[in-house]
Unconditional design. Structure first.
Length: 161
């Protein structure tokens, strides 16, 4: 699950590590998402992530992983046949081996569907890749999912938007 937050703070980090018991896997490079943090709580590379989207908050996307790459191709074909909105093309993140694409769910947040992710043991090395994507994942959607919303004046740290 990936959440958009106005900023990534030490308080948020402490909540994820001390309360939820997760560990930092990757700090993403600055760019479209203004940097982010990916956490893991099991051998999967990504269990929970936060991306900094100044002035906004909400659910960005949920990842579903299959065990077979053919499932990804079939799912992509079905999405295209049914004319559902694809928001990012087939691609692979720099931080792991998962190959995936993104689509917009009926609820409004994006769904990343992929296969081929590596499993890690406790000897992994935390990284900050030089880019978010190894290849692909070209954003072709209509911007942020509608579930990523601007902060209201009451939620904004300065009291105004």
């Amino acid at each position: 699950m990936v959440f958009a937050v106005p900023e990534i703070t030490s308080k948020l980090e402490k909540f994820v590590t001390d309360v939820l018991g997760m560990e930092l896997f990757v700090t993403t490079p600055h760019g479209r998402f203004s940097g982010g943090q990916i956490y893991r709580c099991n051998p999967r590379t990504r269990c929970l992530a936060y991306i900094a989207v100044p002035g906004h908050k909400g659910v960005h996307h949920l990842e579903i992983e299959s065990t077979h790459m053919d499932d990804v191709g079939r799912a992509r074909d079905l999405v295209q046949e049914r004319e559902l909105p694809i928001t990012a093309t087939l691609g692979r993140h720099m931080s792991d081996t998962l190959i995936s694409f993104y689509m917009r769910s009926p609820t409004g947040f994006d769904i990343e569907f992929g296969a081929g992710s590596q499993l890690l043991d406790d000897t992994f090395v935390r990284t900050t890749p030089s880019a978010l994507e190894a290849w692909g994942h070209k954003f072709v959607g209509d911007g942020w999912p509608p579930t990523v919303r601007p902060l209201t004046p009451e939620q904004h740290p300065t009291g105004k938007e």
